[in-house]
Design a protein around this ligand. Structure first.
Ligand code: MEV
Length: 419
């Protein structure tokens, strides 16, 4: 019988893990060789990043063009498997250029570390005690990371919140940490763990969780762009405003609307080796901050009748630490962007999110998105049907011409071509 409780899998050499995996899953030699064949991220490095490694996986890396952000030109690396995303972002950025491209700004890179205190006898008194000892708490936390302090980061403030839960009242302490160019989870978690015993001592309570919050609402990036009505046409401006109104009024639509934004955001976050789960969690939570799930972008007409688009969301990304410096592609992606700080990277990411959303709404409000998808989709189907080399484009073109794109038809066309 196949069993998954393999003791010490993590201690085995990769070759041995692959042998076990081959037996377990009935992999062929060819499949095992595919697993062994890595790209830029070598097996040895991957094996130091996570546990139980047996290979690496790849995504296409594309470059979005045309981005003019705060008067500076950027080429944007995007890692994503979905057709049309890179082209759409580039197109939106192109249409934004005549009115100056994107303008961005952001807050300081402040992340929140949470410490949960339970079994506190006198909550009011404990809260006051914590505030009285704020300076000592900050000093203790900052001792954990002298390098961050050297670069101007560290805990900037301490906040105390009382929350009602189904297990009674709790005190939640927030450390507001300026994490400079890091994503910040490591620094913040270390600090939260370090101050917890002191908080217990001051309050007589019991510290439970000590962890960063991914609702990074003190680390906000904003971007704005104007799309000229002379380029879009008045009808399209109205169409995009209707699309935006739809998203604002309906959560089913709004989720998809924000998903389109995240197409662009995640692609840059992944290309630069950042934690896309953290950015995703933060974005959607921020979208619901008013008690209702809302759009991360907004659109309106200015006095000239041009379309103005704006985006605002937390973007917790770094340019140091984690995979940003250990993944060879991430390092190159950061070099292509030429960013100097995490703040600049966050703003670029916000601009890409806005561009992506504009592009989706533009397409949806006019010809629909399928036309743009067709070409790459047809190519993928041709490959699935077994087309190779020049056959791929020929099969794809034929299917597009017929308006009939599926594997069965691709196979038939291939057969006919081979006759
Ligand atoms: C597809 O990945 C993204 C869109 O659905 C976004 C949207 O509907 O706004 C096109």
């Amino acid at each position: 019988m196949r069993r998954s409780d393999i003791s010490g899998f993590y201690k085995l050499p990769i070759e041995e893990r692959l042998r076990l995996l081959k037996d377990f899953a009935g992999l062929t030699d060819e499949e095992v060789n595919i697993l062994k064949k890595t790209g830029a991220l070598e097996l040895d490095s991957a094996n130091r990043m996570i546990e139980n490694v047996v290979g690496t996986t790849e995504l296409p890396l594309g470059i979005a063009t045309n981005f003019l952000i705060n008067g500076k030109d950027y080429l944007i690396p995007m890692a994503i498997e979905e057709p049309s995303v890179v082209a759409a972002a580039s197109y939106a950025a192109k249409l934004a250029r005549p009115k100056g491209g994107f303008n961005t700004n952001s807050t300081e890179p402040i992340m929140i570390g949470q410490i949960q205190l339970v079994s506190v006898n006198d909550i009011e008194k404990a809260a006051q005690e914590i505030l009285n000892k704020k300076e000592e708490i900050i000093e203790l936390a900052n001792k954990q990371d002298p390098i961050l302090i050297k670069f101007g980061g560290g805990v900037k403030d301490v906040e105390v919140r009382k929350i009602n839960t189904k297990r009674g009242e709790m005190l939640v302490i927030h450390l507001l940490v300026d994490v400079r160019d890091a994503m910040g989870a490591n620094a913040v978690n270390t600090m939260a763990e370090a101050v917890a015993p002191f908080l217990e001592e001051i309050t007589g309570g019991k510290a439970r969780l000590r962890i960063i919050s991914n609702l990074a609402d003190r680390r906000i990036a904003r971007a704005k762009a104007i799309w000229s009505k002379d380029i879009l046409g008045e009808e399209l401006v109205e169409g995009i405003l209707d699309a935006y109104a739809f998203a604002e009024a309906d959560q089913y639509r709004c989720t998809t609307h924000n998903k389109g934004i995240m197409n662009g955001i995640d692609a840059v976050v992944i290309a630069t080796g950042n934690d896309f789960r953290a950015v995703e969690a933060g974005a959607h939570s921020y979208a619901a901050r008013n008690g209702r799930y809302q759009s991360l972008t907004k659109y309106y007409k200015n006095e000239d009748g041009d379309l103005v688009g704006e985006i605002e969301l937390p973007v917790a990304v770094g340019t140091v630490g984690g995979a940003t410096r250990t993944h060879p592609i991430a390092k190159i992606a950061l070099k292509i962007l030429g960013v100097k700080t995490a703040k600049e990277l966050g703003e670029i990411i916000a601009a890409v999110g806005l561009a992506q959303n504009f592009a989706a709404l533009r397409a949806l409000a006019s010809e629909g998105i399928q036309r743009g998808h067709m070409e790459l989709h047809a190519t993928n189907i041709a490959v699935l049907a077994g087309a190779k080399g020049d056959e791929i484009d020929e099969v794809a073109e034929q299917m597009i011409k017929e308006g009939n794109i599926n594997v069965q038809r691709a196979k038939e066309i291939l057969e006919e071509m081979k006759k």
